[in-house]
Design a protein around this ligand. Structure first.
Ligand code: CA
Length: 282
C-alpha cells in the first residue's frame, strides 16, 4: 500500500488558505484506489484539524513538523517534545532579543501578548519594498485556531509547557540570520523553515520524514511506492524517504533540486496534478 503525504501551506492550501475542489476530489480518488493520504504540516494539530474538517475529508495528520501524529479521529499516536532544559535556554533569549515566537503545545499555540506589535513594527520598517509574502506570512499566523496569549514564558504553568515546536517569525533578514546562527550554537534542536521569514525548532528525533516512517509501519505500507508533495525546507526530510517526491512550482529552486518531479502551483491544484501523475504511474 502507498502513502501520499501532503504539506498544507504553499502546497494543498491556496494563498487564501483554502483547499480547492479539484484537490479534494483527487484525494478522495486516491483513497478510493486504496492509498493512504496523510497530511504533513508544520502547523499545530488542532489548527490543521480545523482546516481538514471543513473539507469533509478524513485523514491522519502529521503536525508540528513531525513532533505529533494523530489519527483521523484525533487520537494522538505519537509525540516528541522539546526538553525543558532547551526551552529554558532558548525562549528567554528570544524574548530578550525581541523575536516574535510561538510555542506549539499540547493544549494549543502559545504566543506572547506583545508578539503582534513586534511583527507590525517590523512590517512598518520595511514598508517601502513590502513583499506580498510578508502580509501572507503575517495573516497566516494571525488566523490560526487555538491561540493562547501570555506575558512571558515564565508565566506559563509548568504542566502546560509540553512544547512540540518553537516557531519564530521575523521580516528582518539580518535578525533571522542572527537568530539562526545563535540558536544553532546554543541548542541541540533541529532547525528548519517553511518560509523565508521563519525558523522552526523541534526535537531532533522528530521530522516530517521520520513521522512518515513511523506512520508507514503503523499502516503497514511501503515508502518505496509512496509519494510526498511540498514546497519548503521542512519537507526535505520526507522527500528523502519516499520514492516519488514532488516540489510545487511555487517552491524555490533549492527545494526543486531535491525532488524527483515538479508539479504546478498551489493556486492551480498542484496537489491534484501530482496525485494524478503518481497514480497514473502504477
Ligand atoms: Ca509548506
Amino acid at each position: 500500500m502507498s502513502i501520499i503525504a501532503i504539506d498544507l501551506d504553499g502546497t494543498l492550501l491556496t494563498t487564501n488558505h483554502e483547499i480547492s475542489q479539484e484537490n479534494i476530489e483527487a484525494i478522495k480518488q486516491a483513497q478510493k484506489s486504496g492509498n493512504k493520504v496523510v497530511i504533513a504540516t508544520g502547523r499545530a494539530h488542532e489548527d490543521a484539524r480545523q482546516i481538514i474538517k471543513q473539507t469533509g475529508l478524513s485523514l491522519p495528520i502529521i503536525s508540528a513538523n513531525g513532533a505529533t501524529i494523530h489519527s483521523p479521529e484525533g487520537t494522538e499516536l505519537f509525540s516528541s517534545v522539546i526538553s525543558s532544559k532547551e526551552a529554558d535556554r532558548i525562549i528567554p533569549w528570544l524574548e530578550k532579543n525581541n523575536y516574535y515566537y510561538e510555542l506549539t503545545c499540547k493544549n494549543g499555540i502559545y504566543t506572547q501578548k506583545t508578539g503582534k506589535e513586534i511583527l507590525e513594527q517590523e512590517m512598518k520598517e520595511i514598508s517601502e519594498e513590502k513583499h506580498p509574502l510578508i502580509q501572507y506570512a503575517y495573516d497566516t499566523q494571525m488566523t490560526q485556531a487555538g491561540v493562547v496569549q501570555f506575558d512571558t514564558y515564565q508565566t506559563i504553568h509548568e504542566d502546560e509547557r509540553r512544547i512540540y515546536k518553537i516557531f519564530i517569525l521575523t521580516f528582518d533578514e539580518e535578525k533571522r540570520r542572527v537568530g539562526w546562527e545563535r540558536l544553532s550554537e546554543m541548542s541541540e534542536l533541529t532547525i528548519v523553515y517553511s518560509s523565508k521569514y521563519n525558523l522552526e525548532l523541534h526535537n531532533p528525533e522528530s521530522s516530517k520524514g521520520k513521522a512518515l516512517q513511523y506512520i508507514s509501519k503503523l499502516l503497514d505500507s511501503d515508502l518505496d511506492v509512496s509519494m510526498a508533495v511540498g514546497d519548503s525546507g521542512n519537507d526535505l526530510s520526507m522527500f528523502e524517504v519516499v520514492s516519488n517526491s514532488y516540489a510545487m512550482e511555487n517552491a524555490d529552486d533549492t527545494i526543486k533540486s531535491h525532488t524527483t518531479s515538479t508539479t504546478t502551483t498551489n493556486e492551480t491544484h498542484g496537489v491534484a496534478k501530482a496525485i494524478e501523475e503518481f497514480l497514473g504511474k502504477r
